[in-house]
Design a protein around this ligand. Structure first.
Ligand code: IVH
Length: 681
């Protein structure tokens, strides 16, 4: 492909990818599979690698991050980022309305919106492109965090129908509950400190230096305003619609209210509904709709006079502590949970609340039937924050932290310097087993994607799997017809899980495909404590074979670059355990890759000097696996076809343009079988 052709194709791919991005992140209505999306993205990055000067910072490829910001430049806002006055009661809000009514001559209406609990952001667009993203800072100037903001899928890099040459868009970046829970779970697994709530997690994420890490945090953003010189909107409502038309994510939970009664209805409605939203809000924002009337009302030194927030009351309740239960997480960490007399807090009934850990429980010196304060704050899981000792009954029993695991009754351990108590039975304690299996089947490990959390839980509960090796003993008869409504222990959501023909076939196919996963990923999949992906790759390359790794002494292990004492000990502990030895034996028998030689055979150089282009969908290998197979045999994979291409791997749904091109250049089109035989022979 010459430069002009590449330019055309890059622009076409960028447009299509942004369109799919919009459908996925903003409309939640994707039209293509993740797989097809990844393929288009690979073609784009391939072309951009080939023609680096054609890579733009607005390319969809820039969303995966990778740019490092040593520091964040300070930028002055073109329009200051004001905050809002707060109200907490009906009276205060009626007083606000009275002020508005007094200042305005003509009738007016309000727009009510949710007050998202995240981090305010200002996005400047010029010529339809995202120029920069700046945090609120002190309202006058903030930090430029554009690299990090680009990783948020619902923020357009290029606008669909820009409404002017230059304008600022304002919104709130937040972390959805699901991302927040996953993040904290992972941090706990890695022994890192936990974020107290999604707002702190979002704020922390925006300040990270490596944008590829921000991309993994799965942030999102709601837009609630546009500011510019000559915008075509007469009302706030229309500007929100305009933002929607340009491709921004604007909340659907926004309502025009003609009277204060309608405003109060909205406030009450969302006080109830907030408990079921997948993100945090801390109140409601009420804005005068007409822009002309907003101008008439103007600003005080700090706030607009045309808008105000209504904050939901401190979400605290006082109730009786009936007992303490203990919950085991997927990492084995044991958390004390207060069992409470039901108490309504912020629109939902609370019966359970976190007690953090043994230390906090001790500090509060809890006794049975104590009256305790429970808060919902910005956090999803309510917490016990204090105790009213004046109401303690005489002779009440002190509540103690458990010594044994509530799930499998193994004695708990506590690591020096860590707050959590752990259940050491990581192999068969049910929630931990679930964690191990999810890690093993995860995308970065064995990529058995047809087995989600619910189905994994069902298989464990029905005794079909008790360790990772059992997965390879599953067959049609053991799976077909399994069915149950499962409750997610973290979110309390229920979902029916069932194994019908298609699911069974998908799972068995995925298991079959996983036999081709290269050694380094198999090693990572085993879930040896402290062994991340990069380390697994290093160790696979260093030892080349699981047997040599298995036989390596502690000293030999710490002698490997970057292997610390904790990892060396945990590798030894893993391989010394007879249960693990048995699991490894069975996994080998199932045909998983346990050496680098196995993958490359004797002809590790079979494809040296050959250039491949991979296009379409394949049945036996994933695209990543094909790439790895080619590269591990010395071949090179490129994103686009040129006269230098030696082979085109042609899968199903290969683009007709590519096919034409390959044919016109007389490049052989090959399939999976041919590739497999090329590397074997
Ligand atoms: S309007 C001049 N609308 O609340 C008016 N703000 O104190 C500017 N916020 O940090 C704000 N949701 O980021 C507005 N629907 C919403 C909002 C919202 C959350 C945040 C905003 C700022 C704070 C205002």
């Amino acid at each position: 492909m010459n430069r002009d052709e590449a330019k055309k194709r890059i622009s076409e791919l960028s447009r299509q990818l942004e369109e799919h991005n919009y459908r996925y992140y903003v409309l939640a209505d994707p039209r293509i599979s993740d797989y097809d999306y990844d393929m288009m993205m690979e073609e784009l990055t391939g072309l951009e690698e080939q023609f680096p000067d054609l890579r733009s910072e607005h390319s969809p490829s820039q969303r995966v991050g990778g740019q490092i910001s040593k520091k964040f430049p300070v930028v002055v806002h073109r329009y200051p980022m004001l905050s809002l006055g707060n109200t907490y009661s009906r009276e205060e809000l009626l007083a606000f309305d009275a002020r508005v009514s007094k200042s305005l001559q003509s009738p007016y209406e309000y727009v009510c919106e949710l007050k998202f609990d995240g981090v305010a952001i200002s996005l400047t667009y010029e010529g339809g492109l995202l120029l920069r993203a700046v945090t609120r800072g002190d309202g006058v100037q903030g930090d430029e965090v554009t690299h990090n903001i680009r990783t948020i899928g619902s923020i357009p890099l290029r606008l669909q129908h820009p409404v002017g040459e230059r304008f600022d868009v304002r919104g709130e970046v937040y972390m959805p509950h699901a991302s927040f829970m996953k993040l904290n779970e992972m941090r706990q697994r890695n022994g890192e400190s936990l974020f107290a709530n999604p707002r702190n997690a979002a704020a922390g994420s925006l300040k990270m230096q490596d944008s590829s890490l921000v991309a993994r945090r799965k942030l999102d953003c709601f837009i609630y305003g546009i500011l510019g010189e000559e915008l075509p909107f007469e009302t706030h409502w229309d500007s929100l619609q305009g933002a929607r038309d340009m491709g921004f994510r604007v909340s659907d939970d926004t309502r025009k209210c003609a009277t204060m009664e309608e405003v109060f209805d909205y406030i009450h409605e969302y006080e109830e509904r907030r408990a079921h939203l997948p993100y945090d809000i801390d109140g409601v924002v009420i804005k005068v709709n007409s822009h002309a009337q907003q101008r008439e009302l103007g600003f005080t030194s700090k706030f607009p006079r045309w808008a105000i927030s209504f904050k939901y009351k401190a979400e605290r309740g006082l109730t009786r502590l009936k007992d303490v239960a203990f919950q085991v997480g997927r990492t084995g960490a044991v958390t004390p949970v207060a069992i409470l007399e039901a108490v309504p807090i912020a629109g939902s009934t609370v019966q359970r609340a976190s007690l953090y850990n043994a230390e906090r429980m001790d500090e509060m010196d809890l006794h049975k039937d104590d009256m305790v304060y429970v808060e919902k704050g910005g956090d999803i899981i309510p917490k016990v924050t204090g105790v009213d000792t004046s109401q303690r009954k005489e002779g009440a029993k002190k509540l103690q932290f458990t010594r044994d695991c509530p799930e499998c009754h193994t004695a708990l351990i506590k690591n020096e310097g860590e707050a959590a108590h752990y259940c050491p039975n990581s192999d068969s304690c049910p929630p931990q087993l679930q964690g191990r299996i999810e890690h093993f089947t995860g995308r970065r490990a064995m990529n058995i994607d047809s087995l989600g959390e619910g189905k994994t839980a069902l298989l464990i509960q029905q005794g079909r799997i008790a360790n990772i090796a059992d997965l390879y003993d599953l067959d049609h008869d053991k799976l077909i017809g399994l069915e149950k409504t499962m409750t997610d222990p973290l979110t309390g959501q229920t979902r029916k899980q069932s194994f019908r023909h298609k699911t069974v076939r998908n799972l068995l196919d995925a298991l079959e495909r996983s036999r081709q996963v290269p050694f380094e990923r198999v090693l990572f999949a085993l879930g040896i404590r402290h062994m991340g992906e990069t380390m697994a790759r290093k160790l696979a390359r260093h030892f080349k074979d699981i047997r040599r790794l298995q036989e390596a002494s502690y000293e030999e292990l710490v002698a490997v670059r970057d292997v610390g004492e904790a990892l060396a000990s945990s590798i030894r502990a893993y391989f010394d355990d007879p249960d693990n030895q048995e699991i490894l034996r069975r996994l080998k028998e199932a045909g998983l890759s346990f050496s680098l030689e196995e993958e490359t055979g004797d002809s590790g150089e079979a494809l040296r000097g050959k250039t491949f282009v991979v296009s379409g969908v394949f049945s036996r290998f994933s695209r990543d696996e094909i790439k790895q197979l080619i590269e591990s045999h010395g071949g090179e994979v490129k994103g686009s076809i040129s006269s230098k291409t030696d082979f085109v791997m042609a899968g199903e749904k290969m683009g007709p343009e590519k096919r034409k091109k390959a044919e016109s250049l007389n490049i052989p089109l090959i399939g999976e079988e041919e590739l497999a035989s090329m590397v074997k022979g």
